[in-house]
Design a protein around this ligand. Structure first.
Ligand code: NAP
Length: 285
């Protein structure tokens, strides 16, 4: 089975997704194409209609389209409903079906890269944007003990907490709260996940999302969703403190694998995964 696929975003020129999907298509011997399309938010509806007319089979969405695509979709899977964001769309008979593979992509990345999970862990998420939504749902799905969301603009953290409470049945205020950057919760957290863009290239040298490195400690898991640079200042401090660290590439990798599986309706096996990783080594890892 072959087909045309795309990534819609803005800006898009530095995206690694086309290389990632080229590698997946090569190893799975699938004759698919995958291109990045720079689309302004105000043009999303008309551009989506245009690409459907070309016979596209599916597309990914990145900033700033993950939430604004929702009104144009026929239906959402349960994970994207709980997240309020869609990163993967499958086109069937010109109708659009929404999925969110960032959630399972992050959980799988943590499992595979660090051998850890979220069960009974106390977790702090830094940031309350689109990425934080998916990470929060991954932590809640993984049955974390406490999830604290800390954001520069505190009312956005409050709004995300309210959304998570209303869209994730069984989750209570005992589990998910908004918190301030100086809150002691951060220093005692088992897991800290940076979902802000602070530390991302080209501002990678002087910025980090926590005010001081004393928040970090041995044994903690510290994740940064940023993959460029591959080691942010936050991850470097965390590594120096003997924390377990993970950058954003494994999540990007696994969300792409899961999107491909939805589009192509087949699993990518372990041998193929190893071959894809090997092919990407030196290219983008
Ligand atoms: P977004 O919706 O624009 O959210 C950006 C977040 O960063 C907001 O919480 C914002 O806080 C915070 N922020 C920005 N500048 C800041 C500053 N100077 N000080 C403190 N906080 C600041 O973006 P997003 O889609 O969530 O993406 C966030 C990051 O995750 C990006 O680096 C992106 O590349 C990365 N990401 C990685 C993956 C992956 O697969 N690895 C997937 C998605 C995203 P305010 O609300 O106060 O503005």
């Amino acid at each position: 089975m072959s087909g045309a696929y795309a990534l819609l975003g803005h800006p898009i020129e530095h995206s690694l997704s086309p290389k990632l999907h080229d590698a997946i298509n090569k190893i799975t011997q699938t004759d698919n194409t995958y291109v990045a399309l720079d689309i302004l938010p105000e043009n999303l509806e008309s551009e989506v209609k245009n690409i459907i007319a070309t016979g596209i089979k599916g597309f990914n969405l990145t900033m700033p389209h993950k939430q604004i695509i929702i009104p144009f979709l026929e239906s959402l899977d349960s994970i994207s409903k709980r997240t309020g964001a869609v990163n993967t769309v499958k086109v069937i008979n010109d109708k659009l079906y929404g999925f969110n593979t960032d959630v399972n992509g992050f959980s799988e990345a943590v499992k595979k890269e660090t051998n850890r999970d979220f069960k009974n862990e106390t977790i702090v998420i830094l940031g309350a944007g689109g990425a934080a939504r998916a990470i929060a749902v991954a932590c809640l799905e993984g049955k974390c003990k406490k999830l604290s969301i800390c954001n520069r603009t505190s009312n956005k953290a409050d709004a995300l907490v309210e959304f998570l409470l209303s869209s994730n049945p069984g989750v209570s205020r005992n589990t998910v709260v908004a918190c301030d950057i100086n809150n002691a919760r951060i220093s005692t957290a088992d897991i800290i996940i940076n979902c802000t863009s602070l530390g991302m290239s080209p501002n990678s040298n002087d910025e980090m999302p926590l005010p001081i490195d004393t928040f970090l400690h041995e044994g903690q898991l510290v994740c940064d969703l940023i993959y460029n640079p591959s080691e942010t200042k936050l991850l470097k401090f965390a590594r120096d403190k003997k924390a377990v660290v993970m950058n954003g590439f494994p999540m990007l990798f696994w969300q792409a694998i899961f999107a491909w599986q939805i589009w192509n309706e087949r699993e990518i096996n372990e041998t193929e995964i190893d071959k894809i990783k090997k092919l990407l080594k030196g290219q983008i890892i």
